[in-house]
Design a protein around this ligand. Sequence first.
Ligand code: AMP
Length: 580
Amino acid sequence: MNAFEALGLNEHLVQAVADLGFEKPSEIQEKAIPVLLSGTTDFIGLAQTGTGKTAAFGLPLLQLIDPTQRHAQALVVCPTRELCLQITNDLEKFKKHSKNIFTEAVYGGASITMQIRNLKKGVQIVVATPGRLIDLIERKAIDLQKVKYVVLDEADEMLNMGFRDDIDFVLKNTINRESIWLFSATMPPEVRAISRNYMETPKEVTVGKKNSGNVNIDHQYFVVPQQHRYEALKRLIDFNPGMYGIIFTRTKIDAQEISERLAKSGYEIEALHGDLTQQQRDKVMGRFRTKSLQLLIATDVAARGIDVDGVTHVINFELPDDMEVYTHRSGRTGRAGKTGICLSICHSRETFKIKSLERMINAQFHKVDVPSGKDVCRKQFFHFMDTLMQADVSSGDYETYMPDLMEKFASVSKEEVLQRVASLEFNHFLKYYENAEDLNRSDIRGDRRQPSTGGDARDGSRKERTDFNRRDNGYTRLFINLGTKDGFYKASFLQFILDESNLKKEVLGKIDMRDMNSWIEIDKAEAGRMITAIDGKRYNNRTIRMNEADGGFKRPNDEGSGGGRERKRTYAPKERRSFR
Ligand code: AMP
């Protein structure tokens, strides 16, 4: 008997997972599916993304739904639009052979009219983000009276994002439900409270150790002087030619600047941050998912819920302040049993954090030197040669050209052809790294603004380099769509944001209040925490929007066209053009 069949799944679902190439159930699937199929047991699954938890609740949901009834029978609530779409997408694949089951994703930032219209057609499974779901309930566009199963996915993340009241509201409005299935990576007291208040003797299952770093991940760190962070990042990318990676920065400004700078140097990279519209965000994610982008650079806030398979590397441009954030970031690689690498660029003053990280995630970190220019060239060279050797020549009509080609190259040796091919691909690399300095040098004092000697030929101006370093201290400005029209005075506003974010007054600078909006100066290191706590929360029936304000952000100097640019490079072997 097939292992999925043995869990009690019907033939349509078994066929669908076989089509997806799932050979055996993951741990969470093995433990959850038989329990959830009963339909009446409340369930808590402590599992991170990447463990196969979507199928763990998705497959039983699809089996329990009555296809003859065209009303909402199951509700999946999740923190972000991104995750909402992913879950719906997965459900679509799982229900490929099951007839008459309809799902709908409802999330903010898209037309509510369209979503209402689709819901009216009679869907049985609704996947929703909390804000939009409440809107729909308030507009009476969704009837939860007949919902039997409520799934709370990434419950800790939803509470982190301030959706506690919304979750309460949803649970109070699904009074005829038969069970709640709660999935969470961690179990903070607020998640426990949901279980205490709404669930009856839930069956609890933990997959892997709580807070543990993914065991498939190799954690490496590189100690470099502050002013070499960017150059070190570039070397790490160049040293790993097959990299399909996500780079994390602490601020939106860094994400934007680094992305622009690398893109100008020919890398396939885009930034994901809070200033993008949903449409732009979807476009970036779409390109990354289909691998037309090699690299994505993101802030923690913007990267919430990103769930992409096959990410080979996560790079921390700086170590995060919050140690739990490290686990979240590194968990974007090494998923579904694959191995992954998490590279962290640190300053010597940050190395103490490594020790606590090792303790916290119970894994060893390896200190590795930033590769030298020569190492990078060698690696690129052999990677290219390997790709050359693996090129598929079986399908083209090369025979036609071969006689002419052989004649043309009759007097040229094999060595010479190879050299010429290599020089086409590598001259820019060799030149760039010719005098590259040792970035591991410890004799450079941390704050000295010393431009590096090698590498400037093609990579950005010195002014730009120091821009990254200068913003080492000080405040970031946050925008919030609340102001005096919302009934706030400065003191009550201050109290409100401090209470909501659980931060101390000392982290704040100037507060500038207007009728409808306000701007808050906040210690750069705490900005993310405040945004996480407040953005998306509701106030007086309005969703609060908080993000980093544009103030202070300058586009890096145009690096000029021609001359200094690297050639555009593709990276995935299958996409790599054959040599011209
Ligand atoms: P999730 O934790 O639901 O985000 O799943 C992570 C990834 O693992 C998804 O791309 C799934 O398609 C994949 N996956 C889920 N279950 C299995 C399985 N039993 N075997 C192989 N891959 C799986």
